[in-house]
Design a protein. Sequence first.
Length: 193
Amino acid sequence: MATSVMTVLRRMGEEYALLIALALALALFGGAPGPSAPEIVLTAAVRDSMSAIFRTFNQHWNELGDLNTLERMLGTVRPTQREYLGCLQGRIHDGSVRIDGWVPARDMKQLQLAVTGDCDGVPRLVGTWHTHPYHADLRNRPIKERSLSVQDLATFRQSRQDVMLILWDVDSVDAALRRADGTVGHPAALRIE
């Protein structure tokens, strides 16, 4: 193939030969890079402040060994940890979301397995984050919810927000991102800067 291409190029003038060679190179080796895939960029300072909240609201998770499963799940006898809700602040550019701050949700109602609150009116709001504290199993070992739950994702789909994050351990984050077409990508690409 290379020989026949070179023969054709020789027959054409130099001005066309260069254009055709360039087109061939682009066809064989790919064109200019397209837009990057949407991602979430979280500053290290924001991630660190979220980790501090996780530590605070996850304390004493292993001090429920004397309670039965129902008492542990309800968290009414001796609640030791509660979920936390924060409002993410940032900006969107080319489908990617850069998060550079957060504030606590207003009117937060914290339970052991759920949290509610209000982020309406927060400047530069791009989404929410919440914690998934450890729970103890019957042998008092940690049970970690490592991803957004089905209910978390259903809530996100019904919202107008662009991002939902959960912190399920110190420095461990799961993310969902609303794409330009309105669909939800989960898990979403997350980069710490």
